[in-house]
Ligand binder design. Structure first.
Ligand SMILES: [Zn+2]
Length: 149
């Protein structure tokens, strides 16, 4: 028997896919949704705040906010190998939020990145079994990618 919970955070994030055959090579952005899926056992410790929960949704939300939202929201994410885009971005004022990553910023790669950002922080104080099983990323209302452990 196992239970799963999900919680998401949304960001407004710019990117481009430098080698794309069509319009995704242009600078643009999306309202991304990063949704964590967590599996585990329910806390049975009597009288604690998390009794009856896998993990407090607000604690999951806090982790998503700190390690995903606050990193890429209102930022432009650029692949370290995208020299053309990096040259353009380096000409902007230092306050411009540019995030250089070692991968082409597709939904698939964002899902793996977000999983690795969040995974080490999924825990409670009660020793119940908890595991981040997937990170789901919505790039558009019709387009999702998932990374599974
Ligand atoms: Zn895009």
């Amino acid at each position: 028997m196992t239970t799963r919970i999900r919680r998401y955070v949304e960001t407004d994030t710019g990117h481009r896919v430098p080698n794309h055959k069509s319009k995704c090579r242009h600078f643009h952005g999306h309202r991304y949704r990063f949704e964590a899926e967590i599996e585990g056992d329910i806390v049975e410790t009597t009288g604690v705040s998390e009794e009856g929960m896998l993990m407090d949704f607000s604690d999951v939300s806090h982790i998503l906010t700190v390690y995903i939202h606050d990193v890429v929201d209102h930022a432009f994410v650029v692949y370290e190998g995208d020299e053309e885009a990096r040259n353009v971005l380096s000409g902007l004022s230092p306050e411009h939020r540019t995030v250089v990553v070692p991968f082409i910023p597709t939904a698939e790669n964002f899902a793996k990145w977000a999983f690795e950002q969040v995974q080490p922080h999924i825990q409670t104080a009660y020793g119940n079994r908890l595991r981040l099983v997937a990170m789901h990323v919505r790039e558009t209302p019709k387009s999702w990618a998932s990374w599974y452990a």
